[in-house]
Design a protein. Structure first.
Length: 88
């Protein structure tokens, strides 16, 4: 069992010590070659990119509130039952 653990640790270290990262190419593209956009276009694209995850989860918000309500109800049942048993 301990031999298996040691072998697993050695295998993990060997996998991590391998060529995990690749060096960038020597002739990387220059920043000034990138196209420049108007600030309004940049703001619109950034706003759309930030709003996309919220729009994707908008339909699930009611379900999350429903789950939270049930969690409060179930967790509250324990003390309520103990309270009822104690006083009856």
């Amino acid at each position: 069992s301990s031999i298996l653990v040691v072998a697993l640790c050695v295998a993990a270290l060997w996998a991590l010590a391998g060529p995990a990262f690749v060096s960038p190419p020597s002739s990387a593209a220059r920043v000034e070659d990138a196209p420049r956009f108007d600030q309004a276009v940049q703001a619109a694209v950034l706003g759309a990119a930030l709003a996309a995850p919220e729009a994707a989860h908008a339909a699930n918000q009611g379900y999350a509130v429903l789950q939270l309500g049930w969690a409060v109800f179930i967790i509250g049942l324990g003390p309520a039952v103990l309270f009822w048993i104690y006083f009856n």
